[in-house]
Unconditional design. Sequence first.
Length: 205
Amino acid sequence: MAKLRVAVFASGNGTNFQALVDAAQQDRLDGASLELLVCDKAHAPVVERAKKAGVDTFVFAPKEYDSREAYEREILAELQRREIELVVLAGYMRILTPVMVDAYEGRMINIHPSLLPAFPGINAIRQALDYGVKVTGVTVHYVDGGLDSGPIIAQRLVEVLDGETESTLATRIHAVEQEVLPWVVGRIAAGSVSLDGRHVTVTTL
């Protein structure tokens, strides 16, 4: 059976990318294969993680292009050349245009550190703390043309403790992210995720 060919987009430290690498090495991705890392920062730690893991990289400098659409067309050509079937946004800090979103409709997922639709966009953990919620969490969702607005695949709760700081809450949220993202990728690779409008069904083992 052919493996699901996956590209991961990331911009920073790459802990979620590393979680996927670790899961792949432990045969926990149910047939998904990490084929490519796409990164917009040449010196981001995630690039070194990819090199150590033997995953190819496509690193680009956005300022060298006339528009977001221009560099996305180049990225898209690379994805198509490698026959990438699933794109995973894991800390990729750039807004996508229809060039990429339309090409991978229903085949692109994102992980977000809140229980969407609450606290979309940047600084979601700080937003949750400022609002005073008692629980927050992690959401993995399909990407559409809106801001963290695509159909939800999976969510996990994280309790907000008394005296919680942004740093302590972020640490616990990131730990949950590193569990749920490989699980979702594995379920997609196994053909156990179906999308019907805004409703996603995940079949568990």
